[in-house]
Design a binder for this molecule. Structure first.
Ligand code: 16G
Ligand code: ZN
Length: 510
């Protein structure tokens, strides 16, 4: 069976922060193996599983694959070591041995009453079609397993479909859009009063020439004919890292409210263009989106608690990349803030600890999770309303740029805020990110949600020494989960200081 998909010589990929990701030309054997793995996961959980073929914000020649678990979240971390082994199994015999050993350990039986079912989705990358076929063949090599191609989708749509299928609900793409647009309209209708002229200003969306662009009607960088290349000088990741306008935006847009999605629409940031010829922007990043959501929900909860006396445990989850000014702001609001390592799966898991958990990475990955007990209380309370549009607008499976943008729009409208006003919630501390190419990124290990280096010894002390030279200085280093580099982050009271701190810390890493 594997003859068609042998692992190319010398290739070893690992199931990193967000699945397997590499140059598309070397990944089909891995995708085939992930097809098998997803079918096993379906048998194990007796639920529908998802496979998404995407490399998110990476260049167009890359591709990747990740598995969505029954809840619509990421594959359980318990299975990752096996995914690693299995995804790299060199020959058919080795693969079969691994599978049968693992199936025994996990108590998975083949040919039983339940047939595995896997939903497949892909983004707009040209390599997607043949990789989807590889996944499909992997799935069908497990007895009785059924693969359903859901077509070209955003990553969050695929996760959402898996979640809704497993809840026994209708889960087509049209259902997704119906849910989003109904709850959006409903929330907009709740807001009293007429819109002022500035509130009616339209939102301009940069679709990264990706699938998010393809799903929207009015968008720049939609990825349609003649619009440009996926993730090339466009999209949330570019805008967040470079802090300049994406292609297709410029001085004609000064001051307007703009949003950038990434290539698979699971990440978004806002910005407005600053006057001047250098195409600089004022970035409204994931931390500020988080702060807006947190402020809004805190206000709503205050109303609830006045009416019903119910105390709701609201928690905020960030990573070490969160701008120090955002963490300060959130704490000043009286909110509980937890930090986790980088990667959606860690933040998502932590957010389950609360009645309402709001998590965001600075790069714009994030969402809001509501606990089952809170939801059932809310439903009883809102009986007369028949639905809870705030909850329905938010994708509980995974961060979702389309649903996130709609929620931002509702809240800005509710507050009567322009993007400028939102941006002034707090002033970001100047920061700098650098990457250092190294032979072996696993030589660096960290603790305390990546804020501290454990190995190599002496490195943390060296960082501490550098940080001590600056006012408001903060810096950390961590191995990237998606590239062969060590990332360096530094923050200080001026841009020059942040740059210098990052540079000197990078020298210790080298
Ligand atoms: C992946 C993660 C993202 C994280 C980024 C860090 C998901 C869906 N995506 O894109 O959350 O911020 O990796 O990349 O989990 P790095 O490890 O290369 O810095
Ligand atoms: Zn993405």
């Amino acid at each position: 069976m594997c003859i068609k998909y042998p692992i190319p010589e010398g290739v070893k990929i690992s199931y990193g922060t967000a699945g397997f990701r590499a140059d598309a030309s070397i990944i089909s054997s891995t995708v085939f193996r992930v097809g098998i793995l997803a079918a096993l996961r379906s048998l194990k959980t007796i639920s529908v599983i998802g496979i998404m073929i995407t490399a998110s914000h990476n260049q167009i020649s890359d591709n990747g694959v990740k598995i969505a678990d029954p809840s619509g979240g990421m594959l359980t971390q318990e299975w990752e070591p096996f995914a690693d082994l299995h995804g790299n199994a060199p020959d058919p015999q080795n693969l079969v041995n691994l599978i049968s050993e693992f199936a025994k350990k996990e108590n998975i039986s083949f040919g039983g009453d339940y047939s595995a079912e896997v939903l497949l989705g892909r983004d707009t990358r040209p390599s997607g079609e043949s990789l989807l076929e590889a996944a499909r063949q992997g799935i069908s090599s497990v007895v009785g397993a059924v693969a359903t191609d859901m077509g070209i989708l955003t990553t969050p749509q695929l996760h959402w479909m898996v979640r809704y299928r497993n809840m026994g609900k209708s889960s087509l793409e049209t259902d997704y859009f119906k849910q989003l647009s109904n709850s959006f309209r409903c929330l907009m209708d709740y807001i009293p009063g007429e819109m002022t002229a500035s509130e009616m200003d339209e939102l301009i969306v940069d679709g990264a020439n990706g699938v998010g662009g393809a799903k929207l009607e009015v968008v720049r960088n939609s990825g349609r004919e003649g619009e440009g290349v996926l993730n090339h000088g466009v999209g949330a990741d570019f805008v967040q890292k470079e802090k300049i306008v994406p292609s297709g935006f410029g001085q004609a847009d000064v001051g307007k409210r703009c949003a950038s999605l990434d290539g698979d629409a699971d990440q978004f940031v806002y910005f407005h263009v600053l006057p001047g010829s250098n195409n600089k922007i004022e970035l409204v990043d994931g931390d500020k989106i988080l702060s807006l959501f947190a402020l809004f929900i805190k206000q709503q909860l205050a109303v609830l608690s006045k009416e019903d006396g119910r105390q709701v445990h609201l928690g905020i989850v960030q990573t070490a990349y969160a701008n120090g000014a955002s963490t300060d702001y959130l704490k000043k609001l009286g909110l509980e803030v937890a930090l986790t390592p980088t990667g959606v799966k860690y933040l998502h898991e932590k957010a389950y600890d609360y009645d309402i958990g709001i998590y965001f990475e600075a790069n714009g990955h994030g969402t809001i999770l509501f606990s089952a007990s809170f939801l059932s209380w809310l439903e009883t309370r809102n009986k007369e309303l028949a639905s809870t549009p705030e909850v329905e607008l938010i994708n509980q499976a995974v961060g979702d740029a389309l649903s996130g943008v709609l929620l931002v729009e509702v809240i800005l409208r509710h507050m009567g805020w322009s993007i400028q006003k939102w941006s002034e919630l707090y002033q970001d501390l100047p920061s700098r990110q650098l990457k250092v190419k190294v032979m072996d990124r696993t030589a660096v290990t960290t603790a305390n949600a990546e804020a501290e280096v454990v190995k190599p010894t002496g490195l943390q002390e060296a960082i501490n020494c550098e940080v001590a030279k600056y006012t408001m200085g903060r810096s950390f280093v961590r191995p990237s989960g998606t590239e062969d580099v060590i990332r360096v982050y530094a923050e200080a009271s001026t841009q020059e200081e942040a740059d210098n701190l990052a540079k000197s810390v990078a020298q210790h890493v080298d």
